[in-house]
Design a protein around this ligand. Structure first.
Ligand SMILES: Cc1ncc(COP(=O)(O)O)c(C=O)c1O
Length: 461
């Protein structure tokens, strides 16, 4: 008779796990052997897509073994315990100072910022600071607050709509157009008024990887300030671009070199090359942070100030971010960006050369390739995404653009550090196979079975 774990039949595997499901609705009365629990969850993960073939995500799917070791050795460290983990807090401050320098915070001022779970939290905090500053300015001027609004283009990530709903701000979202996927001063100008708490501009949009015209918006808002005295700040959402543009296009003006840019968010877990979830809010200077958004407490033994939405959070990714900054340096980030760009350019040229597709071009941009299916093709972008998944497990999103460009559907590949030229060439071959198969299917011919993965017949060592 097998014991309760079925091990009398099989020394390693609990056969019960093969035949019974796992608890999924209620806490089980009895636990299980740790190896069994590990194996059960590990095997279930095989049902997920392989992160290395996830060309949809912007988020890091590979880090160096030394970084992984640092992460693994510090999983038990809570970043908020600054009294107990003072050195972790010091490393967090170093990262913020390095980022402030990278984004050209003015010399001689005290930069300020916050470690966050990702760009979404950083956006919420940056936008809250704008709301608070606007309200204080209204009070100082003795004017009724009224309903605040925030101006941004339709090219923003959903987090900006979330902020407006969660924190009761009117979203003034400028529609895109069929051939215009970013915004500039001419789009923003009609929507700014005395109730505007700020303008959100994107550096590296989620949709096409391009930039809003931050310098143009800055000039518009400076002129407005001179004419009306109303100081409208810009928050730059550089979730992706904040770790790309400084290295690929250092002369491009989008950061604190522009006067109206008062806060910037960046995701460490995107092109900062760190695993999820880490993001950063960087303020131009300490004075940009309204004092009543900072909370002081001494639960952990020392008086500490916090400006975060969450309290406890892992410190491992903070250390991993610092690891990358000192391990790569500017030269390293430039080199990694150059490599990603080379693969992205290769993909873009090859996809454009296929007679089924058109690549959406533009500068500056992230290392990603967005493209459309030509009109007249007998298949949709969604068909292509499905085929690619079936052929080799490639994860490529098909998505429509926001209003008023919603009739444009794009496919997109995000080139990350671990997408090599060999993988890109195989992807291109699979894309061509997908197109051929879809055309044959449409022509009524029987499409050949999907190409089987060739199993390498090892020749021995
Ligand atoms: C432009 C932009 N802003 C904000 C976000 C949200 O970032 P996170 O996932 O780090 O919260 C994203 C995510 O893709 C993004 O692309």
């Amino acid at each position: 008779m097998p014991d309760a774990a079925g091990r009398a039949v099989h020394p390693l595997l609990n056969l019960d796990l093969w035949t019974a499901g796992l608890p999924s609705d209620a806490l089980p009365e009895r636990g299980m052997d740790p190896d069994d629990a590990y194996r059960a969850i590990d095997w279930e993960m095989a049902l997920d897509g392989d992160p290395r073939r996830n060309l949809a995500t912007f988020v890091t799917t590979w880090m160096e073994p030394q970084a992984e070791r640092l992460v693994a050795e510090n999983l038990h460290r809570n970043a908020i315990d600054r009294a107990e983990y003072a050195q972790t807090a010091e490393i967090e401050r170093r990262v913020l100072r390095i980022l402030a320098g990278l984004y050209h915070a003015p010399a001689g001022v005290q930069p300020m910022g916050a470690r966050c779970g990702g760009s979404s939290e950083a956006v919420m905090l940056g936008a809250l600071a704008m709301k608070w500053r606007w309200r204080a300015a209204r009070e100082r001027a003795g004017r009724p607050a009224g309903r605040p609004n925030l101006v941004y283009g339709g090219d923003v990530h959903v987090v900006w709509d979330k902020f407006c709903r969660y924190f009761d701000v009117e979203p003034r979202k400028v529609p895109l157009a069929r051939d215009r996927y970013t915004v500039g001063p001419q789009d923003i100008a009609p929507h700014v008024d005395e109730h505007t708490i700020g303008v959100a501009a994107v550096v590296g949009t989620t949709f096409t990887g391009h930039n809003d015209d931050v310098a143009g918006i800055d000039a518009l808002l400076r002129e407005r300030r001179a004419a009306t005295g109303h100081d409208v700040p810009i928050h730059v959402d550089a979730a992706s671009g904040g770790f790309v543009t400084p290295f690929t296009d250092p002369g491009h003006l989008w950061d604190f070199r522009l006067e109206q840019v008062r806060s910037i968010n960046v995701s460490g877990h995107k092109f900062g090359l760190v695993y999820p979830g880490i993001g950063w809010l960087v303020l131009r200077e300490r004075g940009e942070l309204p004092e009543d958004l900072v909370f002081y407490e001494n639960y952990l033994g020392e008086l500490d100030e916090t400006f975060t939405l969450n309290f406890s959070t892992g410190a491992a990714m903070v250390l991993a971010q610092y690891y990358n900054l000192i391990r790569f340096g500017r030269e390293g980030y430039v080199a990694v960006n150059r490599a990603m760009r080379a693969v992205a350019d290769h993909l873009a040229d090859a996809i454009d050369a296929m007679d089924a597709f058109h690549v959406v071009r533009g500068e500056p941009r992230l290392p990603l390739v967005p493209w459309t299916v030509d009109e007249g093709e007998p298949f949709t972008a969604h068909d292509v995404a499905d085929r690619l998944a079936r052929l080799r497990g490639w994860m490529v999103p098909a998505y429509s653009l926001p209003p008023d460009a919603e009739d444009v559907t794009l496919l997109r590949v995000v080139v990350k550090e671990n997408l090599t030229r060999v993988m890109a060439d195989q992807f291109l071959a699979d894309l061509q196979t997908a197109v051929d198969g879809l055309r044959k299917r449409a022509a009524g011919a029987q499409a050949p079975p999907p190409e089987r993965r060739r199993v390498h017949q090892g020749t021995g060592y």
